[in-house]
Design a protein around this ligand. Structure first.
Ligand code: ADP
Ligand code: ZN
Length: 423
């Protein structure tokens, strides 16, 4: 199993920790040039950071602060040095703007090249990029990494699934890169068009940008006959490439010489011990345009291991992201995550992969929960009691279940919308 940067990816833990401290001090020194950061950090100086414990005394950076700084309030370079802007969708307020310098673009290509190598993808591969190119980081991130490793790129971008299938087959794409639920769309269109999936040469899919359950992962691998890799990142950290799982599949390697990760209690902010779930907090060690110091990501994960992996990499492994602190749904005092419903839906036969959870308030004031699913070939009403029983038994939920015709739920070109909360 080859690494892109074998030395850097297999550094002894002591050396990784030394580099982290050095990077933390450098980042702190860099952000202090911006008065807004100086105010936030109330006198902290790089010289104060002698151990990791010193770092943990700095204040968290919240998503709201980053949004409120729109567009360049927390940016740490002069305009002339900014080569590129990426932005998050901003569905809940101002968008997050990330200005990239030349060094940031280069850093991005490097971490993405490492991710491809971890997925066993190299110069001989043909990578079809199915994520959109634009303000969203997905398309460009996959592109830069692919160029760096010298693979052939098909930058098709999002949507146009019939064309995607045709091109994938005719140009013999070996790697599909995209957002986690896109393979479902591929399967669906292939079925509609009676496209022969055996005519494809795909062997790897690199997927991320949204939560995908283990069940969904198994389904994609089974039906497309390939191995999937889970890639992670976000606009704030510079896009995809913060980490990826390797062939050992025991967690996502976080590139620790570029990102310093903590897992904290989402309520109190206190550190969680390794192995326990909490909110991921990220500091960047090498980013220039929008460096992060203790950024609260809202993503839930845990540290799986800090020891050397079977693949030879020493960088810590975190669990696949299972949900977000803000996608937990509370319904009549019962907490659940969309992924839990996904797993139960995928177990039903005669039911499609798509689902939507709709919450609203009845005129009388009580909350209502509806689950929309789609019928597939072979669907019978007789299957529903099992789904009802599972929902009750595992989640203590009794939603009203509506079975739609296949294709009736929306298929957005970007991330899927699993929860519609009208309360
Ligand atoms: P936007 O903010 O526009 O939705 P981002 O790409 O910045 O776009 O979204 C980043 C978020 O996407 C992460 O914070 C996380 O919640 C989710 N995400 C990214 N990659 C994964 C992944 N591999 N697994 C689960 N969730 C992911
Ligand atoms: Zn590994």
């Amino acid at each position: 199993m080859t690494m892109w940067e074998p030395r850097a990816e297999s550094l002894p833990r002591k050396e990784l920790e030394r580099q982290a401290l050095e990077g933390l001090r450098k980042t702190l020194g860099h952000v202090l040039d911006n008065p807004a950061w100086r105010r936030r950090l109330a006198g902290a100086e790089p010289g104060d950071i002698r151990t990791v414990a010193d770092w943990l005394r700095l204040p968290f950076l919240t998503k709201d602060e980053v949004r409120d700084a729109y567009p360049f309030g927390l940016s740490c370079v002069e305009r002339e040095r900014v080569l590129r802007i990426h932005m998050s969708s901003g569905t809940t307020g101002n968008p997050v703007v990330n200005p990239y310098t030349r060094a940031d673009l280069d850093q991005w290509a490097t971490v993405m090249a490492r991710c491809y190598a971890a997925a066993g993808v190299g110069a001989g591969d043909v990578i079809q990029i199915t994520a959109s190119f634009g303000l969203f980081t997905g398309g460009f991130g996959f592109h830069y990494g692919a160029e760096r490793i010298g693979a052939m790129v098909i930058p098709l971008g999002a949507g146009r699934t019939s064309l995607q299938l045709q091109v994938m087959r005719d140009l013999r794409a070996t790697v599909l890169a995209g957002i986690s639920t896109y393979p479902l769309r591929v399967l669906e269109v292939a079925r509609e068009e009676q496209f022969d999936l055996d005519s494809l040469s795909l062997r790897v899919a690199i997927l991320g940008a949204e939560m995908w359950s283990d069940d969904l992962r198994r389904l994609i691998e089974r039906e497309l006959h390939l191995t999937t890799f889970d890639i992670f990142g976000m606009t704030e950290t510079g896009g995809p490439g913060l980490g990826i799982d390797c062939q050992a599949r025991e967690g996502i390697h976080v590139w620790e010489d570029h990102y310093f990760c903590e897992v904290v209690d989402p309520v109190t902010g206190a550190p969680r011990p390794d192995g326990e779930e909490g909110e991921l907090v990220v500091s960047t060690l090498t980013r220039e345009g929008l460096p992060l110091i203790r950024y609260r990501t809202h993503d839930l994960t845990r540290v799986v291991s800090r020891s050397r992996c079977a693949c030879g990499r020493t960088h810590l492994r975190m669990d696949r992201v299972r949900g977000r602190t803000d996608d937990m749904v509370i319904f009549r005092g019962v907490n659940f995550y969309p992924r839990q419903i996904e797993s139960l839906v995928l177990k039903q036969s005669g039911v499609g992969h798509e689902y939507q959870i709709v919450l609203d308030r009845a005129p009388g004031g009580s909350d209502r929960l509806a689950l929309l699913i789609e019928a597939r070939e072979g669907f019978t009403q007789a299957g529903l009691p099992r789904l009802r029983a599972d929902l009750k038994q595992f989640l203590n939920l009794s939603p009203e279940i509506t079975v739609l015709k296949e294709g009736e739920l929306p298929r957005p070109p970007g991330k899927s919308v699993r929860v519609v909360d009208r309360r």
